[in-house]
Structures are given as C-alpha cells and as structure tokens.
Design a protein around this ligand. Sequence first.
Ligand SMILES: [Zn+2]
Length: 416
Amino acid sequence: MTLLKRLILFTFLFTLAFPYQAFAYKVVLDAGHGGSDPGAIGVNGLREKDVNWDITQKVRDELTALGYEVVLTRKDDSYWALAQRVEFTNAQQADLFVSIHANAHPDGKTNGSMVLYYDNAYPQEDYPASETMKQLTPYSKDLAQHVLNSLVAAVGTKNLGLVPSAVYVARMGTIPSILVETAFLSQSSDAALLASDAVRAKMAKGIANGIAAYAPPLFTDTLTHWAREAIVRMQNKGVIEGMAANLFEPDRALTRAEFLTLMDRVFTFSEMKASCEPSGTVTSLVYGCQAGAAEQSYKDLPTSHWASPVFAKAKKLNLLQGYSDGTIRPNQPITRGEVAYLFDHLLQLSATANSRQQAAQLPSFDDVPSTLWSAKAIYALQNKGLINGITNTSFKPDQTITRAEIAALLNRYYVK
Ligand SMILES: [Zn+2]
C-alpha cells in the first residue's frame, strides 16, 4: 500500500471513528427551490423560495456571529438543480449541510415543524443513498434532533418530529445532512408565522442554535481572534491541536515542547538528516552541531514527559542542545528569535546566497542587528514573507511567541 493510500485509509477510518462530534467550523446552507422553481405557494400568496431564502440568510448571519464559516448553495433567486446543490456541497470540505424549506399539505390543516434526514434503517430501493451518507445516519439524525428541538422551542410551532427521508439533498452528500421544514405554507396560522419577519428571525436563531448545540464552532476561545482563520486552517490541516474543552489558548506563550512537536509535524524529523551549522551560535540555548553529548539525557525531561520522543528525534538531528546546567526546559516558552532560528534552519533558507542578497535589500529591524545570533534567520524568513516584525522597525527577538503567532507563521508557510 502506498503512503498516500495508507493516509487516505487512516483518514477515512479516523473520520468514521470520531466524526463531527467535538465541533464544526464550516456549514453549507441550502435555500430550497429558487429561480423558475417557486416551491410551495402559501395560502397567503407567499412563495416558498422567498421564505427559504430569507430564513437562510438569517441563519447564515446567526452562524457567522457564532464563529462558523458559512457557505450558501444558491446565492440569489436562481435555479439550482438538486444534484448541483450536492455536488457543490461535496466540494466544500464542509462539516454540516442544512437545507431550509417550508412545507405544504393538500389538506390545508396540517401544521408544524419537522426535520428530514437520511436513515439507513429505512432504505428506499429506488432512491439509494451515498455510501458515506449511510454511515452518517446517526450523525445526521442527531443533528436533525438538535435543530428540531431548538427550532420548535424558539417559535412554538407544533413538533412533528424527525422524518427519515430519501430526499435527494439529504441522502447523496458526504457530510451529516438535514432538510428543515420550518412550517406549513398551506395552513393559515403557520403561513402567518412565515409571513412575519420577526418570526423568521426567531426561526433562524432556533436553527442556528440547534446547529451549535450539536457541534459548537471549533476553538471557542478564538472566535473573534485576529488569527482565527490561520488557526482553523492549520487545525484542519492536522498541524496544530487545541487544548481540552475545544479551546486553543491563542494568546498563551508557545512552549519549547509544543514548538518542536509542530516542527516535527511540518518537517517530519524522522525523514531528515542531521546537518551542522557552519558557525556556532551565541545564546544560552545553543542549536546546531555539538559533538559529544549525543547520549546525554536531560535532568528535566523524564521519558514519561509527553514530548520526550520528539526531543529525542530533535537531538538526533542536532537541532538543539541542552542548557549548561543539564536541563532542556521543555515547558519554557520559546522566543521569537529561537523560533526564527530553528524554523530557518529546518528550511535551509539561510544557506542560499540568494535569500541573503534579497534580505539585504529589505528594511531592517532596529532590535535585530546583523551581529545578533538569530539575525540571518530572521531576515531570511522576513524575506520569504513568513515572519513579520511587531512593527516595521521592531522584531522583539527575545519576546515569547504566542500559539496564535505560530499558527499564523505556519499558515503563511503553507500558503506560500
Ligand atoms: Zn421545499
């Protein structure tokens, strides 16, 4: 099996074993009908496509305020085929799909809210679901239940329950998917609710809160943080991890152990060869080649420490040396200068004359004189657009780096 195949298999198994439980960050909202397809026509003349569109926009705003990334299928009053909606959604790498509709019944009396989802316990031979959707039954059902409860609580509509359904958009996708029937346009009191902007706003809030109750947005302590986008992307890429309880602790200083762990994920230490720096470095923390101490262990790094394996790998690469007192200080915050030095070392950037030449043309930081041990690395990374100063003239090499800052750096590295 190739590495790629193994990786895909692992990802697949991992996805099935731990899917969608802890959080979500991207939601696809689908306003039902549109364009030449008006959907149901209400007893009060309301067109379903207009009601759906209004509620969908309101749900989008609610979810965005809660910290989700939201994508819409149709973005105006245009016709989208059902297959187009699902195809679009499958390409989004989203976490959840929610289609929004209003209901109709020929008896004119039925009223209330219901939520449709695909349930593999009730397969319909003529309308087979995607293989993924079959597996996702418990997740779609759970999402449906949360949204229905919250919607009914918000507006006081009659609870008509969950409906196992083979409706196209709920059965053909690859993420937990539901179709919300907010209320009946064919029944007068429900139609009056749907005609009210205030009620539609309540419905939207109910739907959004139901989604959030099922899967809160990723890292609740980063929702309004400047580095939110980079943090989410790096988490999605499997580079960074959060702390317990869906928190990221963005403004906490990054520790040396955490930094090494990140670097191992990015550069895969086990596939690298040790290389020596041409000249020694001047710091209490010395990176680079030093003969002799290879088998020495550190006083403050017992093998029981969670980061002990990554420190061992880093040591093999001569990436870092301990302090003269025999410690390696895994839990000590790492400084911006140290991060730049080691990251650059790993990139082998400063070894190229080209980047040195270009770096010389850039404005320099007042607190990074060329004699500083980390100067070459800092300017090489600045030149590559990977690292910024605190201001245009100050880099603060001795300041600790936050977890948000490292996420931003790594995001820039992957975008390049
Ligand atoms: Zn509809």
